[in-house]
Design a protein around this ligand. Structure first.
Ligand SMILES: CCCCCCCC/C=C\CCCCCCCC(=O)OC[C@H](COP(=O)(O)O[C@@H]1[C@H](O)[C@H](OP(=O)(O)O)[C@@H](O)[C@H](O)[C@H]1O)OC(=O)CCCCCCC/C=C\CCCCCCCC
Ligand SMILES: Nc1ccn([C@@H]2O[C@H](COP(=O)(O)O)[C@@H](O)[C@H]2O)c(=O)n1
Ligand SMILES: [Mg+2]
Length: 206
């Protein structure tokens, strides 16, 4: 759903991308900087209880995940295979750090049930991405689902950040995210099953 915002975000980020390209900054540097910033912020600020500032700063760093693609395209060649691999792999590293940081905060504050829900969100989010990567590796498509990465980030970071001001929001956001991510895994598996069903009809393959 949020991917509908991609053209607008690309337009907003293009002047910054142009400035970076003209100074010789490449897309891999942007990817690495954004991921490092996210990981350090999540693993330092969340366990210390700085939920608002942690979520806010991570929100800015994750926007670099849109900027790296802009820089890659402006730099010519339309992006590289290595860059696409690095981008997706580092997304998983950033997601792992965000949810681990929140879980660490909850464990330190003895909210073990909510920590388990957050870990469920982490695993379900990874599964959402894995199913797509595996499907695409097999030559299928899997660009569907209710809660893709931008939705996970916006819902997750807003729930964490604003819970500094209204505590129940963290539980509410994480439970919604857990349900949404589980539904998305099912949607993607069903989408793959439909395609393999079609293949079966055409080729006799099961
Ligand atoms: C006080 C008001 C608070 C308001 C908070 C809301 C602020 C919202 C600000 C910006 C909204 C940005 C929306 C961005 C929409 C982006 C749409 C898009 O297409 O994103 C795609 C992009 C990159 O995708 P990739 O192709 O590079 O990545 C793929 C993806 O990882 C796939 O994952 P999967 O879906 O399968 O799990 C992989 O499968 C694939 O391999 C991989 O290639 O998007 C991103 O991933 C980055 C999105 C950035 C979202 C920024 C979120 C910032 C949000 C909130 C900050 C809130 C902080 C809290 C307090 C803030 C107060 C201001
Ligand atoms: N270091 C990078 C990062 C990205 N790319 C290219 O951009 C595409 C992803 O764009 P987003 O706007 O979704 O981040 C990716 O598939 C690559 O083609 C790159 O080349 N190098
Ligand atoms: Mg990117």
């Amino acid at each position: 759903m949020l991917k509908l915002l991609r053209p607008a975000m690309t337009r907003i980020l293009t002047p910054l991308g142009t400035a970076l390209v003209s100074r010789g900054v490449g897309p891999d540097a942007v990817t690495a900087f954004g991921t490092t910033g996210t990981v350090v912020t999540a693993l330092v600020m969340f366990p210390m209880g700085h939920l608002w500032w942690g979520a806010f700063i991570i929100g800015l760093f994750t926007l670099l995940d849109l900027l790296d693609g802009v820089v890659a395209r402006l730099g010519g060649g339309g992006g590289s295979t290595w860059g696409a691999f690095l981008d997706s792999t580092f997304d998983r590293v950033a997601d792992a750090a965000i949810f681990s940081g929140v879980a660490a905060y909850l464990v330190l504050n003895e909210q073990l049930v909510l920590a388990a829900v957050v870990l469920f969100c982490l695993v379900a989010g990874m599964l959402v991405s894995y199913v797509k990567a595996r499907a695409e590796g097999l030559g299928l498509t899997c660009d569907v689902g209710l809660v893709e990465r931008p939705e996970r980030l916006v819902v997750g970071l807003c729930a964490v950040g604003f819970s500094q001001f209204w505590e129940p929001l963290l539980a509410l956001g994480m439970v919604l995210l857990a349900l949404g991510s589980a539904i998305t895994v099912v949607q993607r598996v069903v989408h793959v099953r439909r395609q393999t069903g079609e293949l079966h009809k055409q080729t006799g393959e099961r």
